[in-house]
Design a protein around this ligand. Structure first.
Ligand SMILES: [Fe+2]
Ligand SMILES: [Fe+2]
Length: 246
């Protein structure tokens, strides 16, 4: 019997046959689906070269990619972030927090889901106000804790997703205690308040609506994201070229 996994592997193999370069996936992309301790079987390379750069299966990004280019060419559907940003605008939040809402889940959309608040913040840190990245880092933690003062309840969705008896682990509890006493607590809290789970599939929010906000509050590097030697530029480069051999 052919399992879904085997079919996927066969399709992938067929696809990589068509490429003139050999593509090897990083451990992170398959860890869990396979035991990372077991060596990946490699078919003979028949003198083919390994991929170093653009993956032809993906849309090519401009040489100097902007934040919006990543939204357009590398991120998954971003309606959730766009609608959260629009809600923040409707609720009268300042531009910096509208930007925070627009970008709060970029790690989920384009990079790594686990610990997404931290990854999102790290990606953005060199390019936004410190308060924005701080708020994004801690929204992940604050999502697990109610704050009645702003009408934020523990999300019903989390009960459905994680079960009624899920308790945030000690490191999350500790992060919560730290964030709760921080001067920017409310900025991060407001991301959770505007963080829409049950968004309207028919409401269309375009990226262009936020061109000005991003223009004013996101320091787009002139070399392009990934090529500017900032502390997170390698992360943007990896999103651009996720299958580079080294
Ligand atoms: Fe989030
Ligand atoms: Fe979110």
């Amino acid at each position: 019997m052919t399992t879904t996994m085997q079919r996927a592997e066969a399709a992938e193999h067929a696809m990589s046959e068509e490429l003139d370069r050999i593509v090897v996936k990083s451990v992170l992309y398959t860890s869990g689906e396979r035991d990372p301790r077991v060596p990946v079987p490699r078919p003979p390379d028949q003198g083919k070269l390994y991929l170093m750069g653009h993956d032809p299966r993906l849309p090519k990004m401009p040489d100097k990619p902007t934040l919006f280019d990543f939204f357009r060419y590398r991120f998954g559907p971003s309606a959730h972030m766009l609608q959260s940003a629009r809600l923040a605008q409707k609720n009268g939040l300042g531009e910096k927090l509208v930007l925070a809402c627009l970008l709060h889940d970029i790690a989920v959309a384009g990079f790594i889901r686990s610990d997404h608040g931290y990854w999102s913040a790290q990606l953005l840190e060199p390019y936004v106000d410190e308060e924005v990245s701080w708020a994004i880092r801690y929204h992940q933690t604050l999502r697990f804790f109610a704050d009645e003062s702003v009408g934020y309840k523990y999300p019903e969705t989390y009960v459905k997703l994680f079960g009624a008896d899920y308790q945030p682990e000690p490191h999350i509890q500790a992060a919560y205690r730290y964030a709760r006493d921080h001067k920017w607590y409310m900025s991060s809290r407001l991301i959770t308040v505007n963080d829409l789970y049950s968004f309207d599939p028919n409401a269309k929010v375009e990226l262009d609506e936020f061109t000005d906000v991003v223009g004013r509050h996101f320091k787009q590097p002139k070399e392009g994201l990934g090529f500017d030697a900032s502390p997170s530029s390698h992360m943007w480069r990896t999103i651009n070229w996720p299958t580079r051999y080294l």
